[in-house]
Design a protein around this ligand. Sequence first.
Ligand code: NAP
Length: 269
Amino acid sequence: MKVCIIGCGSMGLIYADLLLKTNTVENSNLCLIAKNEIHRDKLQLQKYSNIKFLDESNIHAADLIILAVKPQDFLSIKDKISGKINPKALVISIMAGISISSLQNNLLHNSCIRAMPNAPALFGKGMTVFCYSSALSEELINFGEQILSLTGKSIKTNDENILDLVTALSGSGPAYFFYQAKLLMAAAENIGMDLEMAEILVKQTLIGSAELVANTNLSLDQLVNTVASKGGTTEAAINHFNSSGFEKIIFEGLQKATQRSKELAQELL
Ligand SMILES: NC(=O)c1ccc[n+]([C@@H]2O[C@H](COP(=O)([O-])OP(=O)(O)OC[C@H]3O[C@@H](n4cnc5c(N)ncnc54)[C@H](OP(=O)(O)O)[C@@H]3O)[C@@H](O)[C@H]2O)c1
């Protein structure tokens, strides 16, 4: 199998590394597309052996093309690859906001998957939701799922509209947890703890909590209840969150992010 990755920034290289690490593809069959000589030289200093600039020959040879450029760079690459893709090849795009029909129309290629991964993909702990073109065979859907699952969990859907909410929830999600952790640190400092100590406590609590979620069958409600005993300290904080409209703020934040995802997609049209 020959794989071509266009856009070798943080996400593109995650796929490159996982494809090599899992022996899904051999180094010589993994073609990384560099944007310019500086980018190529940077990639060459790493472990990759096959780095090219975008042209017809490396596109046509690929059985799988992963599009991992920023959405606004799609227009600059599409002219070079439109109509040049092997009709049997699968195109997986992780670009936010570029629809399946836009991929198909701009690339003149039918077999497309549109996926929304997230940053923990770096450690194989990612969450990807993907949808696929209606013409895609079961075999190519399964193949695409296998590739996307290298980065963690994946869910397929035939409802493309849900991808805006997915972008807002799991795509942006890691930042929401980091943001809350930062607020907890600042609050602890204000109440009287040294910031360095607060950072250790908050980060380790975040890591430990994720492990708990990952390694138990308990629901999130049950997990809250295992920590929050009646009349205790956790309950005091949670009661305050509840009576101060925290739930509404989270709901509205998610709504805003979903709306922004829709707007960005419109701006790209
Ligand atoms: N990061 C995330 O957490 C995340 C999550 C979900 C989805 N995504 C999606 O993943 C895509 C990539 O994101 P990223 O964070 O990996 O961005 P990134 O680090 O900026 O990587 C994009 C890469 O594409 C390269 N590029 C641009 N035009 C090119 C061209 N014509 N030929 C070859 N390479 C070109 C850029 O090169 P230069 O740096 O030289 O310009 C850069 O290395 C985006 O569409 C984003 O929506 C990202």
